[in-house]
Write a protein that binds this ligand. Structure first.
Ligand code: SF4
Ligand code: SF4
Length: 346
């Protein structure tokens, strides 16, 4: 029997949802949603579940991840119940449900706590730099190690267990039988969605947004590869140097577009930004820009006397790797891709 949490609506509001109780269940939102299908019908059902407090049903649902937030449903809702924003809030809430540490939920709900975590990370870098007497070579050496080990640790300790928890909620707990062969054959779907997010193309008038997002993912992953594997900051190769410049320019240019859209609030998906949305785009922008700056200082041979640019980059990197990637909006990239995979299995 389904359990009802009468306080679920109040809890969801802490993740950005509002006015969804105004829904009178007309179904307009589902009718206009170009991604909703007969088998996977949303967002009306998710609005209903949220109003009723059917927490367990939402936990086992993949539907919040099947929405790409075009905002059509919100535009056409006769009760201004903001179903698109509700779907976004459910994704934030689910992120906190999957996270075994509980930190995602705390950080999503509290901006002061997020700021405290950012300050703590910055202090960690500053204290380490003081201990190392601001020796550039040593700090850069450990900075590179941090890049490598932070990725492995965050994935192994936080993200992988969280994906297993997601699998538990959506496949194992509802006792959905999936053969090993299907797990293997569906894996291709996971890779395709992870790198292309092609489902977003199904949203009306979303092609430009999809393209910007696609270029950003390629730029971000490419920059990660160039700095971590190809060791961009120490490389003497012209090819790697130019590649790093190009990728960092892509990252900070596209994020400038995303930030300006959130400021102008013209599109539905940019109208109601939560702190986690701002932190994600701004830190991605800062990562691209500061990495670009470090390499410019290396190439103009002024880094030795301007170590502050590398320290700034390292602080941004540590905050990104230890806060935004494991507990912030970055995880949407991962959960959405796995949602496509699990949806295929189901
Ligand atoms: S959210 Fe709006 S459009 Fe959707 S069912 Fe409710 S009232 Fe109708
Ligand atoms: S925001 Fe767009 S994709 Fe998401 S439920 Fe609404 S209409 Fe569908």
């Amino acid at each position: 029997m389904a359990t009802i949490n009468p306080r679920f609506g109040e809890e969801l509001k802490k993740y950005g949802a509002f006015d969804f109780n105004a829904c009178y269940n007309c179904g307009n939102c589902t009718a206009v949603c170009s991604l909703s299908t007969e088998d996977d019908s949303f967002p009306r059902e998710m609005v209903r579940f949220s109003v009723l407090g059917l927490e367990d049903d939402i936990k086992s649902s993949l539907k919040p991840w099947l929405c790409y937030y075009c905002g059509e449903c919100t535009t056409n809702c006769p009760r201004t119940a903001y179903p698109g924003e509700l779907m976004m809030s459910l994704r934030r809430w689910l992120t906190s449900v999957y996270d075994w540490t509980g930190l995602s939920g705390l950080l999503y709900k509290s901006l002061p706590l997020s700021i405290f975590a950012f300050i703590l990370a910055a202090l960690g870098v500053i204290i380490f730099s003081v201990q190392e007497k601001f020796d550039l070579a040593t700090i850069m050496h450990y900075g590179h190690y941090f890049e490598m080990y932070a990725i492995l640790t965050v994935f192994g300790v936080i993200l992988l267990p969280n994906i297993i928890r997601m699998w538990w909620f959506v496949i194992l707990k509802p006792e959905i039988k999936v053969s090993f062969k299907n797990y293997l054959s569906g894996f291709w779907e996971l890779m395709v969605h992870m790198f292309t997010q092609k489902r977003a193309l199904g949203c009306d008038d979303n092609q430009l947004r999809w393209f910007e997002h696609f270029i950003l993912v390629i730029g971000y992953l490419g920059l990660l590869f160039t700095t971590v594997v190809l060791d961009w900051f120490s490389s003497g190769s012209l090819f790697i140097t130019v590649l790093g410049y190009l990728l960092s320019i892509i990252v900070f240019t596209i994020t400038v577009i995303f930030v300006s859209e959130r400021i102008r609030k013209k599109k539905e998906l940019s109208k109601f930004s939560q702190p986690s949305d701002w932190l994600f785009v701004i830190w991605l922008f800062l990562m691209g820009l500061s990495a670009f700056g470090v390499r410019v200082f290396i190439d103009t041979k002024i880094l030795e006397n301007n170590i502050w640019i590398y320290l700034l980059h390292l602080i941004i990197l540590v905050q990104w790797a230890l806060i935004i990637v494991p507990f912030g909006k970055w995880t949407h990239f991962l959960y959405r891709s796995f949602a496509m995979y699990f949806a295929k299995l189901r």
